[in-house]
Design a protein around this ligand. Structure first.
Ligand SMILES: [Zn+2]
Length: 327
C-alpha cells in the first residue's frame, strides 16, 4: 500500500518528497514536523526506502537488494538514531558514532540516509555534535529529522534544515478514515481526545483510553458535594495516571465553562460526555469554575516538577467536591 493510500492526509507531503527525488534536489537536512499521531515517521521511512531503492517508482520496489537490506535492517547506508530507551534523550555518543560514519563514503555508491527521531530529544551536547555534521554536509547524505515539537529544537539546528510541515487532516477525512477502522467505538470522541490526529485516535482506542476516561469521569462526578468520596478516588487514580486525569479535569472544567456560557453552541473537548457535562454546568457557577480551573492548571505545573501526586489529586478532588452550586 502506498503512503497516500494508507494515510490519505499525507498525500501532499509525499508528493513534495517525490518532487525532491524527481528533480534530483534532495535537501541535505530535512525536518519533518507536525503533531503526533499523523504518521510522520512512516512517511520519513518510506522516503528513505524510496531514496535508497535501486528501482523506485512512486514507492520503493521492495525487491531489489537495497530494499531487502533495508527490510532486514542491515543496509549500511541507512542509519537510525533514536533514544536508547523510550522517553530518554538522544545522547552525544549516538551522534558521535554518526559523525565518524558520515566521514566515509556511502558503501552502495548512492545516497545515505540518517533518520533522527524524535529530533527534539537530542540533548544539548548531542545537538552540538550534530551541528558539525550539518556544517560540513556530504551531498550524498540526507539527514532526516522527525519531530512533534519543533519549537524544542535549537535554533542552530532549525536554521540548517529545510522543513516539511505535516498538518492535521480535514476533520471529515479523519473521521471517515477512523470510522473504517473501528468496530464500535465513537470516532468523534476519539478524534476529539486525540486533537484531530487519526493514528493517535486509533492508538487511544486500542489502549481502552475512552473507557478509562469515562470511568474516571463517573468517579469525578460522584465526588461533587460528596467530600468523603474524594480521598478514595484520589487513592485509586494517582498511581495509574495522575497527569492524565489532571489533563482530563482541565478539559472538562473548560467544557463546563463553555457550556455555562452557551449551552447550545459551545464546542466541547469531550463530545461523548456532553449530556452529563451539560447537567453539571447547570448546577455550578462560573466564578467557582474559573477558580477551579486556575487550581487545576497550577497543579499541572506542579506535577511537572516534584509534587506529591496523591496529595495533589486529593486537594483537587476535595476542592472540586466543595464547589458551590448556583444560587
Ligand atoms: Zn528497491
Amino acid at each position: 500500500m502506498t503512503i497516500p493510500e494508507e494515510f490519505p492526509w499525507l498525500e501532499a507531503a509525499w508528493q513534495r518528497l517525490g518532487h525532491y527525488i524527481d528533480s534530483a534536489r534532495i535537501p541535505q537536512a530535512l525536518l519533518i514536523a507536525g503533531p503526533a499521531g499523523l504518521g510522520k515517521l512512516r512517511l520519513a521511512e518510506a522516503f528513505a526506502r524510496r531514496l535508497l531503492c535501486s528501482a523506485p517508482r512512486q514507492e520503493a520496489c521492495g525487491a531489489c537488494s537495497a530494499c531487502r537490506l533495508l527490510a532486514a535492517q542491515t543496509h549500511p547506508d541507512f542509519l537510525l538514531i533514536s533514544p536508547a530507551e523510550p522517553g530518554k534523550g538522544i545522547t552525544v555518543d549516538a551522534v558521535r558514532a554518526l559523525v565518524s560514519t558520515v566521514a566515509l563514503k556511502p558503501q552502495y555508491g548512492g545516497h545515505r540516509v540518517v533518520l533522527l527521531t524524535p529530533a527534539h530529544l537530542l540533548n544539548v551536547s548531542a545537538a552540538n555534535s550534530l551541528l558539525k555534521t550539518l556544517e560540513e554536509p556530504d551531498e550524498r547524505t540526507l539527514m532526516l529529522l522527525v519531530t512533534d515539537a519543533p519549537a524544542s529544537l535549537p535554533a542552530t539546528i532549525l536554521s540548517r534544515c529545510q522543513r516539511l510541515d505535516v498538518g492535521l487532516p480535514d476533520p471529515r477525512l479523519a473521521r471517515q478514515w477512523l470510522a473504517a477502522r473501528l468496530a464500535s467505538a465513537d470516532p468523534d470522541a476519539l478524534l476529539a481526545m486525540a486533537r484531530g490526529a487519526p493514528l493517535r485516535a486509533l492508538s487511544l482506542q486500542e489502549s481502552g483510553m475512552l473507557e478509562q476516561r469515562e470511568a474516571f469521569f463517573e468517579a469525578w462526578r460522584s465526588c461533587l458535594k460528596e467530600p468523603l468520596r474524594a480521598l478514595p478516588v484520589a487513592e485509586r487514580w494517582h498511581k495509574t495516571a495522575c497527569e492524565q486525569v489532571v489533563d482530563w479535569m482541565v478539559g472538562w472544567t473548560i467544557d463546563l465553562i463553555r457550556l455555562w456560557a452557551d449551552p447550545v453552541r459551545a464546542e466541547v473537548g469531550s463530545p461523548d460526555l456532553r449530556p452529563s457535562l451539560q447537567t453539571l454546568a447547570e448546577k455550578l457557577n462560573s466564578r467557582e469554575l474559573f477558580g477551579h480551573l486556575d487550581l487545576l492548571q497550577g497543579t499541572r505545573r506542579a506535577l511537572a516538577g516534584q509534587a506529591n501526586k496523591q496529595l495533589a489529586l486529593e486537594e483537587i478532588l476535595i476542592r472540586w467536591s466543595e464547589l458551590d452550586e448556583t444560587s
